[in-house]
Design a binder for this molecule. Structure first.
Ligand SMILES: *Cc1c(COP(=O)(O)O)cnc(C)c1O
Length: 241
């Protein structure tokens, strides 16, 4: 059996065990396979092992792979999860199904307008990226501003506000991992409760958090979508991470 298929099975097993430990249903946690830096044929291999949702960090690289795999497009779901500059939003609006990394209204407005240029595409699913623990990171909006941004994004046509995404500062300390994820979950829940009678938040159901080294902590704190790269595809070249 290929290494990728073995790895996928192991990751699914980790997901199930973490869900059971948290008294959650494994079906409530989606696995996003982060394929950045890996070639299209590897994605195809993962697809044949039943994986359909893939995450990419770099617009040009992602679009190239989407085009290489265009024959498989109906079975694949493409998620853009990397930092997004305004001059790259059109390519994302044209090619992707999801964007996890919206952290400014301007980016969301561009995605909304540009998605309209592709009327055969369904609405773009978006998460607002929140900066929980890393003051040095430029990505993500602060906890205090996230609700205002969510409210504004929810009003834009051609987008569906799906939830929050976070990349806490890496740490091997499980207690610190859980603290950061708990902060994101609390923010998510408070927004959800506050907008429970608001149709614009009807699909606000996604907590995109957890990577190869902290997926158990993320699932314990309520993650509904873990983004897993190296545990599935292997180590990436340092320059390309
Ligand atoms: C690379 C990346 C991942 C996957 O990280 P691994 O540690 O390889 O699992 C998840 N999310 C984002 C935003 C990433 O850039």
């Amino acid at each position: 059996m290929s290494q990728i298929i073995t790895n996928l099975m192991l990751v699914r097993q980790r997901l199930e065990l973490a869900a059971l430990a948290a008294k959650r249903e494994p079906e409530d946690i989606q696995l996003l396979a982060v394929s950045k830096t890996f070639p299209a044929r590897v994605i195809e291999e993962a697809m044949h092992a039943g994986q359909t949702a893939f995450g990419e960090n770099y617009v040009q690289e992602g679009v190239e792979k989407i085009q290489q795999l265009v024959k498989l497009r109906p079975w694949l779901e493409w998620h853009f999860i990397g930092p997004l500059q305004s001059n790259k939003t059109r390519d994302v609006a044209e090619h992707f199904d999801w964007v996890h990394s919206v952290d400014r209204l301007k980016i969301a407005e561009r995605l909304s307008t540009q998605r309209a240029e592709f009327p055969n595409l369904s609405e773009l699913q978006v998460c607002v990226q929140i900066n929980v623990s890393d003051e040095h990171s430029k990505s993500g909006i602060s906890l205090t501003e996230v609700e205002t941004l969510c409210d504004a994004v929810s009003k834009l046509p051609n987008l569906v506000l799906r939830g929050l995404m976070a990349i806490p500062a890496p740490t091997t300390n499980v207690h610190q991992q859980r603290q950061a994820f708990a902060a994101v979950r609390e923010c998510f829940t408070s927004i959800k409760v506050k907008h429970s009678n608001d149709v614009r938040f009807d699909f606000f159901d996604t907590l995109s958090m957890g990577m190869s080294d902290d997926m158990e902590a993320a699932i314990a704190e309520g993650s509904t979508m873990v983004r897993i790269g190296s545990a599935i595809f292997g180590k990436r070249d340092k320059i390309n991470t």
